[in-house]
Design a binder for this molecule. Structure first.
Ligand code: SF4
Length: 412
């Protein structure tokens, strides 16, 4: 049946056991946490510190770093120290594959400096070795009091489990198709490993689960299945989402639907950066998704119309860009003086068609004159027209009005 107005807004959050990762709470109804991952060689201490700091300053509340060999493991405590020295206290997560058990055992300072260990159940080892190596990592997490993310991944799915499920499926009177079996294997891989970690003695309050795939529909199905079967905290992300707008759109579509259904306690946008591109884009995109859906507020939002044949001059686009950049630059100062300013809504609109209406819905909005309109720009504050700006100083005057509004509303 169609969902009516009584179902507007997100569904209740899927209740999960809260997990403390350093000083950040994940799950249990806590605000959805934004996280990201570096793409530097972790053995490059200076490069990794710089990128972790940039991600954290952009608002990444957890940052994951690759720990793939001895040099990287040895660098981790030094990275932690340097970050602490420059006042960046973001918890670090170690991403381990294949030899995590060995690296954590051989580098106790690394095991201590990390707030969480990510284990991939698909490549922790094979057969008996798998159990032993997985167990060793879990025991080290218990010893150091750390959280663990059990992160299954489509690209490195536990082949033994998949084969066993396929064999079992072949004997069924109505076997499932191969894709359904792979989805089931992803979910089981994460849940069976979590159960095993609990048997070894790791508390449920130390376990976060993920099961990442690169297909939007697969991801939605897999996370619904996982959330329906357990109450572990959930890390949500579309793996290998891709470059540019493709990655952002695919991640937003998949994560948006699941978040709307109450699924997901921490999110990551796995975007492929352009060569030399800005890694912090994945943090901005994740924040924008959460803010645009109304889950959290990070920076004031500027609503601007797309412009059309009624805005043939560039005045409107220039003002929209100018206001957006000015707000971003002002945030450093505003954040300390005006708590709650992140929730501010500003509208910059192109003409009389939707301009006044949209501006009225914003906290403060301006409607510029479109082509052929009177050269005036009405300003609306809390839904009421308060002033009409004219002439070349419109941008400066509007900024002053926004500044006053922020001071009055959020200045306490
Ligand atoms: Fe075009 Fe005016 Fe609509 Fe903007 S508000 S898209 S300028 S009609």
């Amino acid at each position: 049946p169609c969902l009516g107005a009584e179902h507007s807004g997100p569904l209740a959050r899927h209740l999960t056991v809260p997990v403390k990762v350093g000083n950040v709470l994940v799950g249990g109804g806590a605000p959805i946490v934004v996280q990201s991952m570096t793409n530097t060689d972790t053995a490059d201490i200076a490069g990794t510190v710089a990128q972790v700091a940039a991600l954290a300053r952009q608002g990444s509340e957890l940052v994951r770093i690759t720990v793939d060999r001895d040099e990287a493991a040895a660098a981790v405590p030094k990275i932690r120290e340097r970050l602490d020295r420059i006042g960046v206290d973001v918890p670090l997560i170690g991403d381990f594959h294949y030899i995590g058990h060995k690296l954590l055992a051989d580098h106790p300072a690394c095991a201590e400096a990390l707030a969480k260990y990510r284990i991939n159940p698909g490549n922790v080892g094979f057969k008996d070795k798998k159990d032993r190596q997985f167990g060793q990592i879990v025991e080290l997490a218990i010893k150091h009091g750390k959280a663990v993310r059990i992160g299954a991944n489509w690209g490195s799915l536990d082949q033994e489990l998949l084969t066993a499920l396929m064999d079992e499926n072949a004997l069924q009177p109505r076997p499932l198709d191969a894709r359904a079996i792979m989805r089931e294997a992803m979910v089981q891989s994460a849940l069976l490993s979590a159960g095993r970690a609990e048997e070894i003695g790791l508390g449920r309050d130390k376990i976060i689960l993920s099961a990442k795939v690169s297909g939007v529909q697969d991801l939605i199905t897999i996370y619904r299945m996982m959330a329906g079967r357990a109450d572990y905290a959930i890390h949500l992300g579309l793996t290998e989402a891709g470059m540019g707008s493709k990655g952002i759109v695919a991640s937003s579509a998949a994560l948006g639907i699941l978040l709307q259904e109450g699924i997901g306690d921490t999110i990551r946008f796995s975007l492929t950066p352009e060569p030399g591109g800005d890694r912090t884009l994945e943090v901005k995109a994740a924040q924008e998704l959460l803010q645009t859906m109304g889950f959290r507020a990070f920076v004031p939002q500027v609503a601007a119309c797309p412009g059309c044949g009624r805005t043939t001059s560039t005045v409107f686009q220039e003002l929209a860009r100018d206001i957006q950049d000015w707000i971003a630059a002002s945030m450093q100062d505003w954040k300390t003086r005006y708590p709650g300013v992140e929730a501010l809504n500003v509208a910059v609109m192109g003409c009389i068609v939707n301009g006044p209406g949209e501006s009225k819905h914003a906290d403060i909005g301006i409607s510029l004159p479109g082509t052929g309109e009177e050269p005036t720009a009405p300003v609306f504050v809390d839904g009421k027209k308060v002033k009409t700006l004219r002439g070349p100083g419109i941008a400066a005057e509007f900024k002053a009005m926004v500044d006053d509004y922020v001071a009055q509303r959020y200045g306490g």
